[in-house]
Design a protein around this ligand. Structure first.
Ligand SMILES: Nc1nc2c(ncn2[C@@H]2O[C@H](COP(=O)(O)OP(=O)(O)O)[C@@H](O)[C@H]2O)c(=O)[nH]1
Ligand SMILES: [Mg+2]
Length: 209
């Protein structure tokens, strides 16, 4: 049982980068399309039922929600993207916010990009991968809702995504220095509590636990 993650506490929800907490310590960001299951995953990973609000109306959370784990470690839940009903001007604002955050946040040690196992690598997922690799932010992919597919097709999807990122992106040299990291892919289900240990392991690595 990992005791760091169930100590998570909501710290703040911010709409502008200058409202972020001091850029010190270790931060790991969570990103993904609206409705991918990111909030559910955050709750599952922290064993907290209602830490992040899950929702049937996607696109509501347009801010960065920060959660503290301990005095020097945080998780940052980035705004869900790809919500069709949002006006283009608002989308542009988010994109700028996300890209600037990825490029400038010094304490950012890594990012988990959540994708629906049944439809991974959609346009904006790929744009995120491009930004993260260009910015030197180590990246990890979690394929959500693995309970929706049988094991064979689920593993085939993992292979497809691994092959895509393996061919397109060189291992990412963290801008903090250290060993270059290839982009790894794992299955996850909040419903079945599958993949929690693997996610903890990756977080431990980035957060220097
Ligand atoms: N079958 C299944 N449904 C899930 C899972 N995780 C989330 N969901 C559902 O997907 C919808 C969106 O979940 P939410 O966590 O709010 O997604 P977010 O918009 O990415 O934060 C909700 O109806 C959840 O109940 C999962 O592991 N399995
Ligand atoms: Mg959410």
């Amino acid at each position: 049982m990992n005791t760091l993650y169930n100590r998570a506490e909501f710290l703040d929800g911010i709409a502008r980068l200058n409202q972020l907490p001091d850029d010190v310590g270790y931060e790991v960001a969570f990103a993904g399309r609206s409705n991918v299951g990111k909030s559910s995953a955050l709750n599952t990973i922290t064993s907290r039922r209602a830490l992040a609000r899950t929702s049937k109306t996607p696109g509501r959370t347009q801010q960065i929600n920060l959660f503290t784990l301990d005095a020097e470690r945080r998780l940052a839940d980035l705004p869900g993207y790809g919500f069709a009903k949002v006006p283009n001007a608002v989308k542009k604002q988010w994109y700028t916010l996300l890209e600037t955050y990825l490029q400038t946040r010094v304490s950012l040690r890594g990012i988990i990009i959540f994708m629906d196992l049944r439809r991974p690598l959609m346009d904006f997922d790929v744009r995120m991968l491009d930004w993260c690799t260009e910015a030197g932010v180590p990246t990890y992919i979690v394929l959500t809702k693995s309970d929706k597919l049988k094991r064979g097709p689920a593993l085939a999807a993992v292979n497809t995504v691994e092959k895509y990122v393996g061919e397109k992106y060189a291992p990412i040299t963290p801008r903090h220095g250290g060993v270059a990291e290839g982009i790894k892919v794992q299955l996850f289900s909040s419903l079945k509590k599958q993949g929690v240990e693997a996610a903890h392991k990756q977080l431990d690595y980035w957060l220097s636990v």
